[in-house]
Design a protein around this ligand. Structure first.
Ligand code: UD1
Length: 342
């Protein structure tokens, strides 16, 4: 089966996708500069699958290195492009860092495949919808002005990809719009490794539960939602990883919808922050300390996805529920306590 380039393959979603690609019979080849990940993840993947993925450490902003890598790997038929900066707050402080990294890496990769036929899967985000007018949000919903430079890099990257595919039929591209990925591999050998204080809800919950952090602050309980806290569509990272395998397969078969397509990748269900806290307590038996704080700037009130297009056309559906997401995230946090990876 085919070789698949996985950029950012030692990261959180990337590492789970490498495992699922290997399980599906593909040969993932990782390129990562390790700026927000750890080479120890390669050992962990090998423990899960018995196969150590080929790994190259370099920065995709270096076009010469990208071109050389692509020339040296003629058997690669597909690219899954995860490598990007993703911290919303930091992107507001340092927009150029985000525009430079997220665009140069994407453009260098696309340029390196000019004149070749390539299947390309891009990590996009439901952030492109902002606060949708209609829920659940479908892929046809209008893209709203981005709340942050990070969100803007996703919107503009989607435009770059759509225009590139329209201009050149050799590029076969799918953008996956992720909702909120959480949880960890059932083996607890790979999971999310946040740098510093976690900005995202679930890593904060698990670090608070294990005693690394103080109480959780619920950012706002005065939203127009049943319990007042904000609602998101949380998706298990293993389900999300499998969506990438499904996208590569669809591109290999020839996507009848054309050479640029977009899919929502979520569960189709929303959970509030307070529901997530309760689900964690119920599925792990661990009591959490939390307090209510003010809303966080830039947060939308509620968003969850319509996933009928993914079910129908990608042949993919999320299988794991919120309890499994919480249980696996907690198992991973406990594993990390005894086996620190950083
Ligand atoms: C956002 C983006 C997502 C991006 C991600 C990267 C949207 C809809 N989503 O996710 O595209 O990939 O950032 O960081 O814009 N919360 C608390 N207390 C905490 C942490 C979070 O109450 O300590 C709440 C947030 O206010 C939010 C929910 O938990 O309502 C989820 O937050 P988070 O995990 O940070 O993800 P998003 O902000 O939804």
């Amino acid at each position: 089966m085919s070789d698949i380039l996985v950029t950012g393959g030692t990261g959180y979603i990337g590492s789970h996708t490498v495992v699922e690609l290997q399980r599906a019979g593909y040969t993932p080849i990782i390129v990562d500069n390790l700026v927000n990940s750890n080479a120890g993840v390669l050992d962990q993947v090998e423990k899960i699958t018995g196969v150590r993925p080929e790994f190259h450490k370099f920065d995709l902003c270096d076009s010469e290195k990208v071109n050389r890598f692509v020339a040296d790997h003629p058997n690669i038929t597909g690219v899954i492009h995860f490598a990007a900066y993703k911290a919303v707050g930091e992107s507001v402080q340092q927009p150029l860092k985000y525009y430079h990294n997220n665009f140069f890496s994407l453009i260098n990769l696309l340029n390196a495949y000019a004149g070749k036929s390539v299947n390309f899967v891009f990590s996009s985000s439901c952030t492109v919808y902002g606060q949708p007018d209609v829920l659940p949000v479908t892929e046809e919903a209008p893209v709203k002005k981005a709340e942050s430079p990070y969100g803007n890099t996703k919107q503009i990257a989607e435009e770059i990809l759509a225009e590139t595919a329209a201009a050149n039929g050799n590029y076969h591209i799918i953008s996956l719009r992720y909702f909120n990925p959480v949880g960890a591999h059932e083996s607890a050998l790979i999971g999310e490794l946040p740098l510093g204080v976690p900005q995202n809800l679930v890593p904060f919950i698990t670090q608070s539960a294990i005693g690394k952090r103080g109480p959780i602050t619920v950012f706002g309980d005065d939203y127009r939602t049943p319990d007042g806290s904000a609602i998101r569509d949380y998706i298990h990272v293993v389900d999300l990883a499998k969506a990438h395998v499904a996208a590569i397969r669809l591109l290999e078969e020839g996507n009848p919808a054309g050479n640029y397509d977009v899919f929502n990748i979520g569960t189709g269900k929303g959970n509030s922050v307070l529901e997530v806290i309760k689900a964690f307590e119920a599925s792990t038996g661990v009591k959490l300390n939390y307090q209510i704080g003010p809303r966080r700037a830039g947060d939308v009130e509620q968003v969850w996805g319509d996933v009928s297009k993914s079910t129908r056309e990608l042949g993919w559906k999320a299988e794991l529920g919120i309890e499994e997401m919480m249980r696996s995230a907690w198992k991973w946090e406990q594993y990390l306590k005894d086996h620190p990876l950083t």
